[in-house]
Design a binder for this molecule. Structure first.
Ligand code: GTP
Ligand code: MG
Length: 180
């Protein structure tokens, strides 16, 4: 049985990482947030899977690359957050974030990724059409979810998916290409 789960949120500035964490904790949308939320620990008995869960924020404004790399290597699951109304933040998922994570994680330990499309309150159309090809391209991506820190939509689900990705990964048990 696992001791605990460490969830890291990364993504471009202003996509709403800190707001997502604060919305989860306070169950309301904070109008003003710091660049980076304090690390929070959710006790086992209030998490769906009964495992203590740490949620770790990242902010380029307050952290060095070195600190980011260190957090990436400590994480059990990484949520890559983009904003559904910001195409650039979606492009950066594949051009920047996934390669950076791959470089800073142990090749043998598969760290599940979750794609998080925040600010769903601002658009009528889902970003899934753009996201599905990315999902198909990278087996590390466990799932994707669209949410809104503002409407509190899919917030608890997002953290539940992250926890579940660590405790019950659905990844392949073996890599067919690697069989002899
Ligand atoms: P950095 O710390 O600079 O990397 O940014 P961040 O990703 O932590 O974003 P932050 O939580 O600071 O939010 C950036 C802006 O987006 C703020 O003005 C938030 O109020 C706004 N915002 C965050 N989530 C939502 C959302 O779900 N909907 C809307 N409409 N605005 C949001
Ligand atoms: Mg922030």
């Amino acid at each position: 049985m696992r001791k605990d789960v460490r969830i890291l949120l990364v993504g471009e500035p202003k996509v709403g990482k800190t707001s997502l964490i604060m919305s989860l904790v306070s169950e309301e949308f904070p109008d003003v947030v710091p660049y980076r939320a304090e690390e929070i620990t959710i006790p086992a008995d209030v998490t769906p899977e009964r495992v203590p869960t740490h949620i770790v924020d990242y902010s380029e404004a307050e952290q060095t690359d070195e600190q980011l790399f260190q957090e990436i290597s400590k994480a059990n699951v990484i949520c890559i957050v983009y904003s559904v109304n910001n195409q650039k933040s979606i492009e950066k998922v594949t051009s920047h974030w996934i390669p950076l994570i791959t470089e800073n994680t142990d090749k043998d330990s598969r760290v599940p990724l979750i794609l998080v499309g925040n600010k769903s309150d601002l658009v009528e159309h889902s970003s899934m059409e753009t996201i599905l090809p990315i999902m198909n391209q990278y087996s590390e991506i466990e799932t994707c979810v669209e949410c809104s820190a503002k409407n509190l939509k899919n917030i608890s689900e997002l953290f539940y998916y992250a926890q579940k990705a660590v405790l019950h990964p659905t990844g392949p048990l073996y890599c067919p290409e690697k069989k002899d």
